[in-house]
Ligand binder design. Structure first.
Ligand code: CP
Length: 317
């Protein structure tokens, strides 16, 4: 297995099966620190730099919380408008990371341009973690989701997945690549205009993903062990910020997971994931049903980032 020390985490296309299990193993080892709300000194000599060119609640703060749990320091920006990349100069990714690498030992970057973290990794002498790039990928979120499934179901192999939402979403792309390493058939449900691109489907086929597409959640929910949902009422992820102007559409029933649907159609032991934020695709009355696991997923988001930071910093091999 390749070492994680000093490695960039840019895409799940890069991940081998045994590397997933190594990350999950470290996450399980570190989990008690977060569960007991303790901090440790594993990364006390290290600093995380957050470079967020797009809004985030979970990804940025979970990385920061993870670094603090491991005893490290955090610096960075959550709004590029307050940096030279967001003003008159429009400072390039190269020039920006050539600065940031002196301010810390690992950089987590979210960007509205697909491939921006890859560009950063070309120039930085410290590891780059992709915190979501445009309509590209969101590898740390899907590592979190796979870890959540492992913890909740005791296995990943052999489970049938249903993914509902906008297939342009970076999570969906990382999910497809991630599942190529497991025995997991997946059904995708998405509206016209938000379907998987032909290029992505060809890539998934090339990597051996067992997938199909159907029109309505009702066609696939009965056989699903894991239901992963993203919004179809979405901002444009290729913009640095997409403000809401006026009324937004409601989610059509084809792409909604309601309590009635779960009670009447879903497997009784299926689990429901959503990386959040949500619109109305999962109504709040689903939160207290036995299917919902998105709060566990949120907790695991911190644990997973602890594991990744410890691994890429070489604190654990
Ligand atoms: N799931 C996720 O990426 O959330 P944030 O946009 O809040 O980081």
């Amino acid at each position: 297995m390749r070492s994680f020390a000093g490695r960039d985490i840019l895409s799940l296309k890069d991940f081998e099966r045994n590397e997933f299990f190594r990350v999950f193993e470290i996450a399980e080892e570190l989990e008690p620190i977060a569960r007991n709300r303790q901090n440790t000194d594993l990364l006390k000599e290290k600093t995380l730099v957050t470079a967020f060119y797009q809004p985030s609640t979970r990804t940025r703060l979970a990385h920061e919380a993870a670094m603090i749990r491991l005893g490290g320091q955090v610096t960075g920006f959550s709004d590029a408008k307050m940096t030279r990349a967001g003003d008159f100069y429009q400072e390039s990714i190269k020039d920006t990371v050539k600065m940031l690498e002196f301010y810390g030992d690992v950089i987590v970057m979210r960007h509205f341009q697909q491939g921006a973290p890859h560009e950063a990794a070309k120039w930085a002498s410290v590891p780059i973690i992709n915190g979501g790039d445009g309509w590209g990928e969101h590898p740390t979120q899907i590592l979190t989701d796979l870890y959540t499934v492992l913890r909740e179901k005791g296995t990943i192999d052999g489970l049938k997945w249903l993914a509902v939402g906008d297939m342009r979403m970076r999570t969906m792309h990382s999910l497809g690549y991630g599942l190529t390493q497991f025995d997991c058939p997946i059904t995708f449900v998405s509206p016209e205009g938000q379907r998987l691109s032909e290029e992505m489907k060809a890539d998934f086929k090339d990597y051996g993903l067992n997938f199909r597409e159907v029109e309505h959640v009702e066609e696939a929910i009965a056989e699903a062990d894991v239901i992963l949902v993203e919004p179809v009422v979405q901002p444009d992820y290729t913009k640095s910020r997409d403000e809401r102007t006026g009324e937004v559409d409601m989610t059509p029933s084809n792409y909604k997971i309601t309590k009635d649907l779960l009670v009447n159609k879903a497997k009784s032991d299926a689990i429901l994931l959503h990386s959040l934020p949500r619109m109305d695709e999962i109504p709040p009355n689903v939160d207290i049903t036995r299917w919902s696991r998105y709060w566990q997923e949120a907790f695991n988001g911190v644990v997973m980032r602890m594991a990744l930071l410890a691994l890429v910093m070489g604190a654990t091999e």
